[in-house]
Design a protein around this ligand. Structure first.
Ligand code: MG
Length: 264
């Protein structure tokens, strides 16, 4: 029995040290993997390329047009047209920087279904204030994601706290992270929001935020990290996700960091 107990203890110690060694952040491609020849933020091709790069997840931005269509784009205007105040009929022929057409969320999700291993990090964008708009917008997005049966691998992120609160309320099992960097993890937890997704400038002023988030059961994502030395510091700090324009570089840095820790 003593030998058995020792064996179990030994296996436990080994498992614990292995799990410590393999703890490493997951790579999120910021606006897809666009930093390639003929790439463009939030394009359908950036979605394909994120999958080809075998990232954990790909982030993209979603706006609602004046008549309720959901489109994937970063800025509030496309070719001078304010998305939230323009009907989709006027936007549908608009091209993004590499000549692809402005994708709808439908277009995007149909393609994303082909990549079952990849997580979708969906940022909900808005420049219209008020709780009512936040509710309408977040419900439209959720409805679309669920209609495509992709809720099981979609995480929601937003700068707008009303949007985060509403999603946490109506979909308590969904992952929802707040982006704006100005609310303590303990307070977000009270709203049912289960992640922080803060900028590196916020995080490096207060790296203890990682621990405070984890102590409250929140995940930690940091954006937009393209510098190798910042990447290493955040890996060391134990963040869960890093969002980057350089996903292939980050994958390499994580491998190197991991290998150098094994050798120690
Ligand atoms: Mg975004």
């Amino acid at each position: 029995m003593k030998t058995m107990r020792k064996l179990i203890l030994f296996i436990g110690v080994v498992l614990l040290s292995v799990s410590t060694l393999v703890a490493q952040p997951k790579v999120v491609a910021h606006r897809g993997h666009w930093d390639v020849e003929n790439g463009a933020h939030n394009s359908i091709s950036s979605l394909y390329r994120a999958y080809e790069a075998r990232v954990y997840g790909t982030e993209f931005d979603v706006w609602m047009t004046a008549d309720g269509e959901l489109v994937v784009f970063h800025d509030d205007k496309i070719n001078g047209l304010p998305i939230a105040k323009t009907n989709y009929a006027e936007l549908r022929e608009q091209k993004i920087s590499n000549g692809e057409l402005l994708p709808t969320l439908d277009n995007f999700l149909i393609i994303a279904k082909n990549f079952p291993e990849m997580r979708l990090i969906l940022e909900i964008k808005s420049n219209i204030a008020g709780e009512e708009y936040a509710k309408t917008l977040s419900e439209a997005v959720i409805e679309k994601v669920e209609a495509h049966n992709l809720a099981y691998r979609t995480d929601y992120i937003a700068f707008n706290l009303d949007i985060c609160k509403h999603i946490a309320k109506i979909r308590p099992s969904a992952n929802i992270a707040y982006l704006n960097g100005d609310v303590e993890p303990a307070e977000l937890k009270e709203w049912g929001i289960n992640g922080i997704d803060y900028s590196h400038s916020v995080m490096f002023k207060d790296l203890d935020m990682v621990k405070r988030a984890h102590d409250n059961g929140l995940s930690v994502n940091v954006w937009t990290v393209n510098d190798p030395s910042m990447m290493r510091k955040l890996i060391d700090a134990g963040v869960d996700y890093i969002t980057t324009d350089k996903p292939v570089l980050l994958q390499q840095i994580i491998r190197e960091f991991h290998n150098s820790n094994i050798k120690k």
